[in-house]
Design a protein around this ligand. Structure first.
Ligand code: GYE
Length: 349
C-alpha cells in the first residue's frame, strides 16, 4: 500500500515538473500584432486602415470611382483602364460619370461617403478647387481617398496619394517642341486652345508652356477654352482665322482640340501642319492618324492607363501601408509625325 502511495506521488510530481518545463501541449502561436490604429503617410494623411488589414485582398475592395465625363479619346481609354483592370483583379467597382458637371462630382462624392459598402473613393477632379469640405467628410467617415489623373489644390493630408501626370512638365515639353517647329519661322505667333476652365490639366499645361516658350520668342496671340472637344476647338480656330491668318502655331491642350483646329485651318484654305504648325497633348490614336495625314506635327503624351497603379495604391492603403508618396507621377514621352505610322500599331490607346 505504502509503495503504491509513493509511486503515485512520484507520478504526480513528474506531471507537474513536465508541465513546468513545457512539455505540456504547445500553446498556439500568437497572431501578428494588429496594425496600429493611427497610420500617417509622408503627406500627413491619416490612413483609415481596413479591418481586413494587413491581409486585405482586392475582393475586399469596393471602390467608388468619380469620373469627369466621357469627353474624347483620352477619357475613354482612362475609363476603359478602370473597367478592364477591376474585372481582372476581382474588385467591386462602382463607376460614376459626372457628365463634366462639377456639382455632380460633389454629390456623387457624398453618396459614396454614405454608401456602407464603399471603402475607397477615387476622384478625377473636374476642377482643382472646392474639395476640402467633402474630403474632411470622407476623413470623418473613414473612407480611403485616392486621386487620379488630375491634382487638386487641397492639402495632401486629405488624400492617400495622387496618381497622374506632371501637367506643368507636359506644358514645358510643348513649349520646347513648338520652338523646334517654329525655328525657321521669323514670326512666332501661337494661339492656345485651353482645356476646361479651372482644371489642373488646363492651368498647369498653360503654365508650363509659358515657362519655355520664352526661349525662342513665342508670343501667345489668342487663348480660349475649347473644352477638350474637336467641335469647340474647330469653332474657336475658325473665329480666330476670320480675325487674322497671321498665326504660325497652335498649342492645343489635347488631341481633339488640335484635330478641330486642323480642320478649321484646312477649310480656311491653309495647310494644317505646314502653313500653321499644330502641337497637341495626349497622344491618342486620333492624334497619330492626324500626324500620319500631316495635320498635326508633334504630340506630347499623357498616359490614361492609370487604373493598375490606382488599385495597387488603394489596396496598400486599406492594408495600412504608409510608405506611399503623396504623388506617383506617370511616365510619358513625345511623338513626331515622321514616326507616327511606325509607332501607331504598338499603341494601346
Ligand atoms: O488631356 C483630355 C481630357 O485630364 C489628362 O482630360 C486629362 C485630360 C486630357 O479631357 O483629353
Amino acid at each position: 500500500m505504502k509503495t503504491v502511495r509513493i509511486t503515485l506521488s512520484i507520478v504526480v510530481a513528474l506531471v507537474f515538473m513536465l508541465s513546468a518545463v513545457g512539455c505540456a501541449p504547445k500553446a498556439t502561436v500568437a497572431p501578428p500584432p494588429a496594425v496600429p490604429v493611427v497610420v500617417k503617410n509622408s503627406g500627413g494623411y491619416v490612413i483609415p486602415v481596413a479591418k481586413c488589414a494587413p491581409n486585405c485582398k482586392y475582393s475586399d475592395m469596393t471602390l467608388g470611382f468619380i469620373q469627369t465625363g466621357s469627353e474624347g479619346g483620352w477619357r475613354a481609354a482612362n475609363t476603359g483602364s478602370f473597367n478592364e483592370t477591376s474585372k481582372q483583379l476581382g474588385l467591386n467597382l462602382k463607376f460614376y460619370d459626372a457628365q463634366n458637371k462639377f456639382e455632380n462630382q460633389i454629390s456623387a462624392f457624398r453618396n459614396f461617403i454614405q454608401d456602407p459598402d464603399v471603402n475607397v473613393i477615387v476622384l478625377s477632379a473636374l476642377e482643382a478647387a472646392g474639395w476640402d469640405e467633402v474630403l474632411q467628410e470622407a476623413k470623418a467617415a473613414k473612407k480611403l481617398v485616392v486621386l487620379q489623373d488630375r491634382r487638386i489644390d487641397s492639402s495632401e493630408a486629405l488624400y492617400l496619394t495622387f496618381i497622374g501626370a506632371d501637367f506643368v512638365e507636359e506644358g514645358r515639353k510643348a513649349g520646347n517642341e513648338m520652338c523646334k517647329l517654329l525655328k525657321d519661322s521669323a514670326k512666332k505667333n501661337v494661339v492656345e486652345l485651353v482645356g476646361n476652365v479651372g482644371s489642373s490639366a488646363a492651368i498647369d499645361r498653360g503654365k508650363g508652356f509659358r515657362e519655355t516658350m520664352t526661349e525662342c520668342g513665342i508670343v501667345i496671340t489668342q487663348s480660349q477654352t475649347g473644352n477638350w472637344s474637336a467641335t469647340e476647338g474647330k469653332a474657336v480656330m475658325e473665329a480666330w482665322l476670320k480675325q487674322s491668318k497671321d498665326i504660325q502655331g497652335v498649342f492645343a491642350q489635347n488631341d481633339e482640340m488640335g484635330i478641330g483646329a486642323a480642320q478649321a485651318t484646312n477649310e480656311a484654305g491653309l495647310k494644317a501642319g505646314t502653313d500653321i504648325k499644330i502641337l497637341s497633348v495626349d497622344a491618342t490614336a486620333g492624334a497619330f492618324n492626324a500626324m500620319i495625314k500631316g495635320d498635326i506635327n508633334t504630340v506630347v503624351e499623357c498616359n490614361p492607363l492609370l487604373a493598375p497603379q490606382v488599385f495597387e495604391a488603394a489596396l496598400k492603403g486599406l492594408n495600412g501601408d504608409a510608405t506611399l508618396p503623396a504623388w506617383i507621377p506617370s511616365q510619358e514621352g513625345v511623338f513626331y509625325a515622321a514616326d507616327a505610322a511606325t509607332i501607331l500599331p504598338t499603341r494601346k490607346y
